[in-house]
Design a protein around this ligand. Structure first.
Ligand SMILES: Nc1ncnc2c1ncn2[C@@H]1O[C@H](COP(=O)(O)OP(=O)(O)OP(=O)(O)O)[C@@H](O)[C@H]1O
Length: 801
């Protein structure tokens, strides 16, 4: 006897496998939010329809056919195991299932009953999706008869012919078609990968069961036809017994199964053949019995015995049939009970599934809460620790505050002491400041006094060395510097000492520029103390006036060194004094004043001297360039010097034919008492004095030389006027009145050592000596003006020879 149950009930699904994900995993959230799933679809909204379990588990018992079906039908089953793709699929994609995939077809025991039936379902399609889809003459209506899974929809499949594949069902689901006539059916399944459209293969592998028999195994749609392409597996044979349902179930091996459409058509030919075969077998198994005619009494007896045995067997068979029918009825009842139990079980499973999902989401939420709680807990722990530290700090601070409070009392006492000390100090400071200002003033006055004692007009004599031409010509020295340290020099003529001169300083040809400046530096201090200073070089052409004043880049002269000293003292005094320095450069040429800072391209206006304050004069409209350091000042002075008028004389190839006057204006402010000063430093390189007869010049150059000599004679007037401290300069015709006023004057008298220049040398020395003598001696104050006039006339006479 065969097993009375045609197919075992499917294994009881648990909530976890139904869900397809771990309850505590975040898959739940990801699935719900996946863009591949329709957002308005939930598992609850797509609850499966209740299957007709009366049919699902009904079992037909037949002694005639047995459970496995006839050998013929088994033979047919063997031959019908095949994989068939629809022409549609083959035409468009021409692909086959992978070797791993196989499709099995099993023929169930069937009772022949010619029933019409064609079912087409567009899986995942709802009534909202519109009209019925027709493919290959078969209509596909809205989705029904399903159990489990979710609907999926895609817009990627736009071809109208492929509209069947725009919707699908995904998950572990099954279809159950009830009310079918008993018989064989052809089942065609339509698949398309519309979710994992980017692959790779192997993301979704599943099996298909027909009437609980696996007919397709390890199906991987993406591996077969790629994404958004149809795959049709047709001619899957299913046999439906009387009162049975047709069941198609999908089980995922990797991921969830997916189905786009399903079609079922009745296979009449198979049923007809099966029916005929069944009738033949029925006939062969139940032959008609006729009573044979037996003549032999023994045989008659045997026959009767057999007949009675047959009758008894027949009655037993009838009883057995009755018993079987009874068993069948009981079985039906039990089946009904089982179906009810199954339905209850399924309800429970659904409930369990819902609960599991709820538990899953709760678990997820709890997990989140736990995480949040632990976060808060650690934050709380952190805060507690900080609070403890702060408490400790607060205790320390309280202690410190207490000690500070105690200190404050002492501090207040100290404060009052400090305040009174401060007051005293401020008072002392005021006194000190007053004393300092007075001291500074006193120092200035004393310094000035010293300079005054040295003489307001001081005369330094400097002798240049014999130049190479003079040496080559065998020139002899006319000056002896043995007593130069005492400020004396002796003039020789033909080897006999003719006369000795005494000056404030005498510099022999061996003295360098630094030696010369050593005694000059004090004048820079005087300028910053607010005194006017005038330093000029006087002498015969080519005796080194320009060399002493300007110098060269390698051997800086008085001009550069005085400026350097000036800015050095300004830097030293910067905390006590604020100074502003500006410079002008002008030349006196042919009795005309020219501003050397005005570009030669600009029209030159005749500059005139005006009286500024009592005893002081200034040039109106003279450019004054503001300078901040020695470099800026030197650059400006150099610009002016290069514009100076020079010419060639017998005595000097590059003789200065004009008087070059550099004026440095200093404005000072004492930051302690706000006392302001305004002073000038004149640095004058005079044109060379020379005798007209000696230089043999004529025409313009003669006029030029005469003009130079005239102005130098006028300089004598100015100097003597300074010596007299006369507020009124009697020689207004000279431009040197500029140098007038309360000036300290330093005169460099430059001489030549050459004996052939002796007469010019004597003239210069005499002039310088008289000037010095006039100024220095106490006789100065009682200076005889007739004597002064005599000297001036001497100078004039000498210069015009
Ligand atoms: N003390 C000295 N040591 C070395 N060389 C000197 C010295 N004095 C003058 N000389 C040189 O003598 C030459 C003439 O000097 P400088 O031009 O300075 O004379 P000057 O008196 O300015 O002439 P002028 O009045 O014609 O302009 C220059 O070549 C200069 O370098």
């Amino acid at each position: 006897m065969a097993d009375p149950v045609s197919s075992p009930p499917p294994p009881l699904p648990n909530g976890r496998s139904l869900l397809g994900f771990s309850l505590t995993s975040p898959d739940l959230v990801i699935c719900a939010g996946s863009p591949d799933l329709m957002s308005n679809n939930t598992i609850f909204q797509n609850s499966p329809e209740i299957l007709d379990r009366n049919k699902y588990y009904s079992t037909e018992l037949s002694l005639d056919n047995g459970i496995s079906g006839s050998p013929e039908s088994r033979a047919k089953e063997e031959t019908s195991r095949s994989v068939k793709f629809s022409p549609f699929c083959q035409t468009f994609y021409n692909k086959e299932l992978s070797p791993d995939s196989s499709i099995e077809l099993s023929l169930q025991g069937a009772i022949p009953a010619p029933l019409p039936g064609v079912i087409g379902i567009n899986v995942g399609c709802t009534t909202d999706d519109g009209a019925v889809t027709v493919v290959d003459g078969l209509s596909f209506g809205k989705d029904s008869c399903f159990h489990g899974g979710d609907t999926v929809r895609t817009n990627a499949v736009e071809d109208e012919r492929l509209s069947l594949y725009q919707t699908a069902r995904m998950g572990n689901f099954s279809y159950c078609f009830g009310g079918l006539e008993a018989g064989d059916y052809d089942v065609a399944l339509h698949f398309a990968e519309i979710v994992f459209t980017n692959g790779p293969p192997g993301l979704r592998v599943f099996d298909v069961f027909l009437q609980d028999k696996k007919v397709v195994s390890h199906l991987d749609i993406y591996a077969q036809v790629g994404a958004n392409n149809p795959l049709v597996i047709s001619d899957l044979k299913a046999c439906v017994g009387r009162g049975q349902d047709l069941r198609v179930r999908f089980e995922g091996l990797i991921g969830s199964p997916i189905l786009s459409a399903i079609s079922i058509t009745k296979d009449d030919s198979a049923c007809a053949g099966e029916e005929a075969l069944l009738a033949k077998r029925m006939r062969s198994q139940v032959p008609e019995c006729e009573s044979p005619k037996i003549s032999d009494p023994e045989m008659e007896e045997d026959y009767q015995t057999l007949l009675s045995a047959y009758e008894s067997q027949k009655s037993k068979l009838t009883e057995t049939r009755k018993a079987l029918e009874e068993v069948n009825r009981e079985n039906m009842l039990k089946t009904k009970e089982c179906q009810e139990a199954w339905k209850t079980l399924e309800d429970l499973q659904n409930e369990l599934m819902r609960k599991s999902m709820h538990v899953g989401s709760l678990a997820f939420a709890v997990e989140g809460q736990v995480k949040e709680k632990s976060k808060w807990f650690s934050a709380l722990k952190d805060l507690t620790r900080k609070l403890q530290i702060m408490k400790g700090d607060q205790i320390k601070l309280s202690e410190e505050a207490r000690s500070y409070k105690a200190c404050m009392v002492d501090m207040n006492g100290m404060m009052s002491i400090i305040q009174s000390t401060m007051k005293h100090q401020v008072h002392v400071h005021g006194d000190l400041m007053k004393k300092f200002v007075e001291g500074a003033k006193e120092r200035k006055e004393l310094y000035n006094k010293v300079l005054e004692l040295k003489g307001n007009i001081r005369v330094f004599c400097r002798c240049r060395p014999l130049n190479s031409e003079e040496v080559a010509a065998g020139a002899s020295m006319a000056i002896d510097f043995e007593s130069a340290r005492e400020g004396e020099l002796t003039v020789f003529s033909n080897g006999i000492p003719r006369r000795t001169f005494k000056f404030d300083s005498v510099f022999s040809p061996q003295a360098n520029q630094a030696d010369v400046f050593e005694d000059t530096a004090a004048f820079a201090t005087s300028v910053l103390d607010g005194y006017n200073v005038c330093i000029f070089a006087y002498g015969q052409t080519g005796t080194g006036k320009t060399f002493t004043m300007e110098g060269t880049k390698e051997a800086r002269g008085v001009n550069y060194r005085t400026l350097e000293e000036l800015f050095h003292i300004i830097k030293e005094r910067e905390k006590l004094f604020r100074y502003e320095v500006s410079v002008s450069v002008l030349e006196v040429y042919n009795e005309q004043i020219r501003d050397l800072l005005v570009s030669s391209s600009q029209p030159t206006a005749t500059l005139e001297i005006r009286q500024a304050v009592e005893g002081q004069h200034c040039v109106q409209g003279l450019v004054e360039a503001r300078v901040n350091n020695v470099h800026e000042a030197w650059d400006v002075l150099q610009t002016g010097s290069t514009a100076r008028t020079v010419g060639s004389t017998n005595a000097n190839d590059h003789s200065s034919r004009s008087h070059c006057l550099h004026c440095v204006m200093v404005k000072g402010e004492n930051l302690l008492n706000n006392e302001c000063t305004r002073s000038r430093l004149w640095l004058v390189d005079l044109a060379g004095s020379e005798r007209v007869a000696k230089t043999e010049v004529q025409g313009e150059r003669l006029k030029e030389t005469q003009s130079i000599n005239r102005s130098l004679a006028a300089l004598g007037d100015v100097i003597f006027s300074l010596a007299n401290k006369s507020a009124h300069t009697p020689f207004r015709s000279t431009k040197f009145m500029l140098l007038g006023g309360d000036s300290k004057t330093l005169m460099f008298v430059q001489i030549s050592p050459n004996e052939s220049d002796l007469s010019e040398t004597l003239c210069s020395l005499n002039f310088a000596s008289r000037v010095r003598g006039v100024e220095l001696g106490p006789a100065k104050r009682q200076l005889d003006t007739s004597e002064l006039v005599k000297y001036k006339q001497m100078v004039r006479m000498f210069l015009t020879i």
